[in-house]
Design a binder for this molecule. Sequence first.
Ligand SMILES: *Cc1c(COP(=O)(O)O)cnc(C)c1O
Length: 396
Amino acid sequence: MKSLPRKDLFELPDGVIYLDGNSLGPLPKGAADRATKSLNDEWGGQLIRAWNSAGWMDLPRKVGNRIAGLIGTPLGSVATGDTLSIKVYQALAAALEMRRDRRVVLSDNGNFPTDLYMADGLLRIIDKGYELRTPAPQDVLSQIDDSVAVVMLTHVDYRSGRMHDMVQITRAAHAAGAVVIWDLAHSAGAVPVDLTASNAEFAIGCTYKYLNGGPGAPAFIYVRPDIVEGIQPTLSGWLGHDAPFAMERSYRPAMSTERMRVGTPSIVQLTILDHALNVWDGVDMDEMRRASIGLSEQFIAEVETRCPSLKLASPRDPETRGSQVSFAFEHGYAAMQALIDRGVIGDFRAPDIMRFGFTPLFLDEGDVMAAVNVLEEVISKQIWRDPKYQTQSRVT
Ligand SMILES: *Cc1c(COP(=O)(O)O)cnc(C)c1O
C-alpha cells in the first residue's frame, strides 16, 4: 500500500517546492496549536505544576522512545536534549574513557565542522596527546587499526550525501578494538537505520532536519544498553542523576541512557517534536527509501540532461547515497539564490555545492519536474548573473 507522500500533514506555503527538508524540516500541521496549548494551558494555566500535571517531566523520555523506533533501537535507549554539538562532545568523551590506552580518534574530512570542532576542543582540554585523524571518507576503513580509540563518523555526508556502510565500518572498528559513534543528523528519518544490527556503541543526531522538530529542536543520543551502566557522563548534570529531586551532594547517574541528559529540557520544543513525530505513524521505512531513491534518480537524470554545466557531486550509486543530491556549479551560490527567488528552495554549501534534499513525506515526481524546470531556466538563461543574487547572506 502506497502511503507517501503525506503532503496534507504539512504546512507548505503555496508556490514553494521545498528541497531543504534535510536542513530544516517544514512545519507539521497542528504543531503550532500544540505549542500554543503548551504555552497557554500548561505553562500559563498550570504553572510549575505542569511538570507533573502536563507530563513535562516524562516528555524527554517519551520523545526518545519515539525516535528509538525510527533508528532501530530498544525503548529506553535514546535520551533527548541539548544540541547535537553537545551530544557529540558527550559521546566522544564517554567513548574515549572506554579506551584509555589509545590516542587516535578517527573521523573523515567530510564530517560536519561542528563534530570536528567539538572533538578538537575536547581533545585539547584532555591534553593527553590525542590525535584527530580526518582522511577522505573512502579511506576511513583502511585507517582503522589498533591505535584507534574511537571511530566517529557522520553516516550521511552533509555536503555530498555520500553514505558510509554502517555495518561494515562498525564491524572493522570492533575487530580492531575501537569504539564507534555514528552521527545520524542526515540519516534519522531519511534512510532506514538499524543501529542494533550495527552493534555500534553510540549514536547521536538532531531532530530539526528530517524529523521536522523545528529550529532549536532537541538533539538525541543513543547508548548501547549493555554498556550504559559503565558510562561516566562528563557533563554530569542534575537531570542525568538517578534521583534529581533527592538533591544529593554527589552525582549518581541514572541507570539508563537518561544519564546522558544534562539540564532542564526545552519543553515547548519537545512538545512540538512530539507532535511532529506523528507524521511517521504507519510509514514503512523501506517504502520511504524506495520513494527517496526514485525522486533522487529522477532529479539526477533530468538535471544531467538539461543542465550539463552542473556536475553531480553525490555518489551515482543510490545505495551509497542518503536522501539528498548535490551538484557542483561554479556560480552555485548565486544560482541557488535565483532558484529560491522562484520558490525552489534548496541550499548552498561552500565552496560550490548546490544541495537538494528529497523528502518523500511531502514531495512527489511532479515537484521534482517543476523544480528542474526552474533550475534549467536559471542556468540556461544565466539568470544567476543578476547582481541581486551575488550578495551572501549570513545563513546559506
Ligand atoms: C546539522 C548537523 C549538526 C548541527 O549541530 P547543532 O549542534 O544542532 O547545531 C551537527 N553535525 C552534523 C553532522 C550535522 O549534519
